[in-house]
Design a binder for this molecule. Structure first.
Ligand SMILES: Cc1cc2nc3c(=O)[nH]c(=O)nc-3n(C[C@H](O)[C@H](O)[C@H](O)COP(=O)(O)O)c2cc1C
Length: 356
């Protein structure tokens, strides 16, 4: 399956998640296999056009993440087209438009899910972007604004007409935010009504769910969000299931190693990569994440707390682990907590007393 000329193999995608799907996390997911496309955190079109450091950092990616989609948000067609041009110049494979974010800070600027209330304006944005770049332009939307206005099927057709190469639908309304459940029936209806691939999003937390959502339906693929924060191996497991083999097991040691690797990668992020390896916006300044040791360490501790709140769900003893991660004040403490929880050798079973 492809989006434009970008092959997705398999059609299981890491969903965009602000604060979570940074380049280090995306690389680790790719290394564990089974993920056909990664999407960045949402990136402000305004920030890209103005060359704001922090924004540029969100858009960075590395070669091993390919194919990679950079998601941008904004409400101004000209700026969105210019931002798409920057994304293309960075070498990204796909540029995605956020039409799903319900957060008022974003929605009030005529961006995110509020675009679903203005379908013709949303189409103007996608049209301007499609004219500006040669890479595929895709749209990620919700079911609609609220239950009185479920318009994803209509929106998808408009986006297709405006030049979108694919759409993804999170089957909740903006009003629902994350309550209730994602409406996969609606997602299938959307997929049945357009000629471009439609991807579904919402509530896939097991590999089996990921595979079943695409079996015998017009839905082209699945975006996994929170399920991947809990279990970054979900893609590899789904790919195995789809290929008719058993889900590979994930050991405690694997889970511990993942967090330790994530810490190491965050500590090094942007510090030691060779020129040309990292894709940054051309001609833009590159001062970003804290470079001094104390600031960097605080940043890493906060990143681990954010991931820990998801990663510990469904793990035996997870709430104690979450508390321990949240109380760790340094990287060394974090590493010790992780090693103790996941990697400490099992105590040897008590020896039976010798018979006399
Ligand atoms: C912490 C978090 C951040 C998110 N950030 C974004 C985002 O930046 N852009 C976007 O389109 N969706 C974002 N989403 C929505 C997800 O991409 C996804 O559609 C939603 O979580 C439902 O899928 P899931 O049940 O697999 O998590 C975010 C979700 C979460 C939980």
């Amino acid at each position: 399956m492809t989006i434009g000329n970008v092959p997705l193999d398999p059609p299981f995608l890491l969903a965009p998640m602000a604060g979570m799907t940074d380049t280090a996390f995306r690389r680790l997911v790719k290394r564990h296999g089974g993920c056909g496309l990664v999407v960045t955190e949402m990136v402000s079109s305004e920030g890209l056009v103005r060359g704001i450091d922090r924004t540029l950092e969100y858009a960075e990616y590395t070669e091993e993440e390919r194919p990679v989609s950079i998601q941008i948000f904004g409400g101004d067609p000209d700026k969105m087209a210019a931002a798409a041009g920057i994304v293309e110049a960075m070498g990204a494979d796909i540029v995605d438009v956020n039409m799903g974010c319900p957060v008022p800070k974003i929605a009030k600027h005529n961006a995110g899910c509020s675009l679903m209330r203005e379908p013709s304006h949303a189409a103007a944005i996608v049209r301007a972007m499609s004219r500006a770049v040669r890479i595929p332009v895709t749209v990620k939307m919700r079911a609609g604004w609220d239950e009185r206005d479920i318009n994803a099927p209509v929106m998808a057709r408009l986006m297709e007409d405006a030049g979108a190469a694919a759409v993804a639908v999170h089957g909740r309304t903006a009003a629902q935010s994350y309550s209730g459940v994602s409406d996969w029936r609606l997602i299938e209806t959307v997929a049945g009504g357009v000629g471009i691939p439609v991807f579904g999003s919402g509530d896939c937390v097991t590999a089996r769910q990921v595979v079943e959502r695409t079996a015998d339906t017009p839905v082209a693929g699945v975006l996994v969000g929170r399920g991947a924060l809990r279990n970054p191996w979900i893609f590899r497991q789904a790919a195995a299931l789809a290929g008719g083999t058993a889900e590979p097991a994930v050991t405690d040691a694997d889970r511990g190693r993942f967090l330790l690797d994530y810490i190491d990668m965050l500590l090094r992020e942007g510090m030691d990569e060779r020129r040309g390896f990292r894709h940054v916006a051309p001609g833009m300044p590159q001062q970003r994440r804290p470079r001094h040791a104390a600031g960097r360490e605080r940043w890493v501790v906060n990143k681990l707390r954010a991931l820990g709140s998801w990663y510990t769900k469904g793990v035996h003893g997870g709430s104690a682990l979450r508390t321990a991660i949240n109380s760790a004040a340094s990287v060394d403490e974090l590493r010790a907590v992780i090693r103790r929880f996941f990697l400490a050798p099992e105590p040897a079973p008590p020896r039976e007393a010798p018979a006399h």
